[in-house]
Design a protein around this ligand. Structure first.
Ligand code: SAM
Length: 266
């Protein structure tokens, strides 16, 4: 049976529903880190390749583009979009590369997922050449009314706090890295010489159908689907759909902050 914690089971839906938004986040990050021509780039936790797709035509100017991820299925989708990508199934805490192999390492909405993020950052510092750049994005806090309503639905469906605890098993540092000072401190502790952090809002507008399809891909949504099973899950979605339409009408729109960091090694 598929593991609800893994991205393997949702790779196709992720690629369709989330990757376009992650590509926008990637463009924010790339605008700050400005990959040099002929750079050797490693994208950690590359998923279906949103960051590399965010490079557009610039991708061709790189000397090499490598993407690593734990999920083979996510990488398979990435490779379909990006024939130039070198996909590697690897854990961010044990990068299978020699020291000084890359000029730019990126991690687009990935750090929060890494149990031992300190070890992963040590690996990033090791595989970077000098000078080298690391660019990372993390989601800021979800403080909008729609996120609160989705949480209420989950609490009613699977028990108070259960989906939140499940989310913490998949992305244990999500709350920690939603804070810009925490992200900055982690990068300074890892040994980077200069760290710049900034926050940008990402505007999201969706129909209620799209919003609920989107929420089903979150760790909380995957957990609820797993717990509720084939009979109760559609009923849960029906109730959530009715509640969202009653409270918000046909559409939701909100801003979600993105925390962006660029760290350099001299
Ligand atoms: C939220 S997705 C982000 C994917 C991609 N960076 C993007 O912008 O769409 C998080 C990704 O991190 C991967 N991941 C989680 N833990 C990992 C680890 N320890 N090492 C490598 N990849 C990991 C997941 O498989 C998933 O593809």
């Amino acid at each position: 049976m598929d593991d609800w914690r893994s991205y393997d089971a949702i790779a196709a839906a992720y690629d369709r529903i989330w990757a376009p938004r992650l590509e926008t986040v990637a463009r924010y990050l790339l605008a700050l880190s400005a990959p040099a021509e002929s750079a050797r780039l490693l994208d950690v936790g590359t998923g279906t390749g949103a960051l590399l797709r965010g490079l557009g035509e610039e991708l061709r100017k790189l000397r090499s583009a490598t993407g690593c991820d734990l999920s083979f299925s996510m990488l398979r989708h990435a490779r379909r979009h990006l024939p130039e990508l070198r996909p590697i199934v690897a854990d961010a805490t044990q990068l299978p590369f020699r020291g000084g192999t890359f000029d730019l390492v990126t991690a687009n909405c990935v750090l929060s997922h890494l149990d031992d993020y300190r070890c992963a950052l040590t690996e990033v510092v090791r595989v970077l050449a000098r000078p080298g750049v690391f660019a990372a994005s993390c989601w800021g806090p979800a403080s909008d009314v729609f996120a609160a309503a989705w949480k209420e639905s989950l609490d009613a469906g699977v028990g108070e706090g259960a989906a939140q605890r499940a989310t913490e098993t998949v992305a244990p540092w999500e709350s920690h890295f939603s804070s810009p000072p925490n992200l900055k401190a982690a990068l300074i502790d890892a040994g980077f010489d200069c760290v710049r952090v900034e926050v940008r809002p990402l505007s999201i507008g969706q129909s209620v159908d799209e919003y609920l399809a989107d929420r089903q891909l979150t760790a909380g949504g995957r957990f609820a689907r797993h717990v509720l099973g084939a009979v109760e899950w559609p009923r849960f979605l029906e109730r959530a759909d009715a509640e969202f339409r009653r409270r918000f009408g046909e559409r939701v729109s909100f801003d979600r902050p993105i925390v962006l960091a660029v760290a350099t090694l001299d």
